[in-house]
Ligand binder design. Structure first.
Ligand code: HGY
Ligand code: MN
Ligand code: MN
Ligand code: MN
Length: 412
């Protein structure tokens, strides 16, 4: 079987134009659920699915599935796919390589002389990055039965728009069903977003475990006051309190990571009010992103973060709130999918390397409903969630070939 690397590249480059933001380091893209760039990316994907002869469905939360059912393929479908939404100024491969790699794998298998017993389903999940609604992996959590469609549709963005409205505005609140429990197996192709494959000079990663993750919302309330007339010993400065907390939280994560390498902690989003030069800040809201493949590490870091916040509240005369949400335990990939991927790649002369995933993925939910596997393609210098994200086109083709070989092994 031969992947058409030029066709794959054209799909990914065309998709990159939707929500493109030109920045000095490269081409980023900003594609949130329910926005105009999201509609254009979805429309293009549906058009390409139909051109490949796949039957297209859209479910109530905007998940898109295209099914190829060749004659004799009567068993439960094998599914593959990823997401098309992005983080702000994200790269062009995080998600789209898995969506268009899946479609290219199917087109490659269609042109090969193989008799499938299972149909193959190509899937694009809604809002994996969680930039507008919920904390991430929204569509896959519904497709895998981890969240009800009703509750998902009621989620609102910062402007108060709910998901149902956002999807109907772009014409993607469907009436079909996309159910992960209908699938016999699932394989996602994704960029590694790390540098182990590049360092080892191996073209394909086979994932063993996907990190656990907790997002916490921290609020600090002090007292807004005049920056010139409020003496230093009379202040309840929410932003200085947040600054002390952030440095202490980083210490907690560094210490944990020195004992258990996959433990990480990040404060990536912060909002200070009223955010004016000459006003002592009265309120800060920030999000914590805490991960590890050891759930005990996550609990330990959350516990220490709460204790640090309580200490700072007492010392600085501020009040605090700490809400733990979006809590997903580490997920092991199924032995069957890992073994099939390794042997299919070996038979095709493609070297593989086992590793954990420090990023979360739609696969972590799908694994709850069926046998699930995750393949990685190399990331240049390990960079991702950045306009500098890059995967060489040859690496995209080899990883897509690995996906096609794995799908054929699962679907026959
Ligand atoms: O944040 C993550 O791990 C994923 O890239 N959304
Ligand atoms: Mn991502
Ligand atoms: Mn992703
Ligand atoms: Mn089978």
């Amino acid at each position: 079987m031969n992947v058409d690397g030029d066709r794959l590249r054209e799909d990914i480059e065309t998709n990159a134009a939707f929500g493109a933001v030109d920045v000095e380091q490269g081409t980023g893209r900003t594609v949130f659920a329910g926005t105009e760039p999201n509609r254009r990316a979805r429309d293009r994907f549906v058009e390409r699915l139909k051109q490949a002869g796949l039957d297209v469905r859209v479910d109530s939360v905007g998940n898109i599935a295209g099914r190829w059912s060749p004659p004799g393929a009567d068993a439960e479908p094998i599914a593959t796919g990823s997401h098309l939404d992005s983080v702000p100024r994200g790269g062009i491969f995080d998600g789209p390589l898995g969506v268009y790699g899946a479609l290219e794998a199917v087109r490659t298998i269609q042109n090969a002389d193989v008799e499938l017993t299972h149909p193959i389903e190509v899937v694009c999940f809604t809002e994996e990055e969680g930039q507008r609604f919920a904390g991430g992996t929204l569509g896959s959590s519904v497709a895998a039965g981890n969240r009800s469609a009703e509750s998902a549709l009621q989620l609102t963005d910062d402007a108060g728009t709910d998901l149902e409205t956002a999807l109907s505005e772009i014409g993607y609140n469907g009436t079909d069903r996309v159910d992960a429990d209908e699938w016999d197996a699932w394989i996602e192709l994704h960029i590694e977003q790390g540098e182990r494959l590049e360092t080892a000079d191996v073209p394909v990663g086979v994932v063993t475990t996907i990190t656990g993750i907790t997002h916490c919302e921290v609020t600090i309330d002090g007292e807004e006051n005049h920056a010139g007339t409020t003496s230093m010993d009379e202040r309840a400065d929410a932003l200085s309190a947040a600054g002390e907390f952030i440095v202490d939280f980083e210490r907690v994560a560094r210490e944990r990571s020195s004992e258990e390498r996959t433990a990480v902690g990040t404060v990536g989003k912060i909002n200070a009010e009223p955010n004016a030069t000459n006003i002592v800040p009265g309120r800060v809201e920030m999000n914590l992103d805490i991960r590890s493949i050891e759930y005990g590490s996550i609990d330990e870091m959350v516990d220490q973060a709460q204790r640090s916040l309580d200490r700072i509240a007492a010392e600085r005369n501020v009040s605090t709130a700490f809400e733990r949400e979006f809590d997903v335990r580490p997920v092991s990939m199924d032995e069957r999918c890992r073994e099939v991927a390794h042997s299919a790649c070996e038979a095709a002369g493609i070297e593989t390397l086992e590793m954990h995933s420090g990023a979360f993925h739609d696969t972590m939910h799908v694994a709850n409903a069926t046998d699930a596997g995750l393949l990685f393609a190399p990331s240049r210098n390990g960079v991702s969630h950045s306009p500098r994200e890059w995967t060489d086109w040859d690496d995209c083709s080899v990883a897509t070939q690995a996906l096609a070989e794995t799908l054929v092994s699962l679907a026959t």
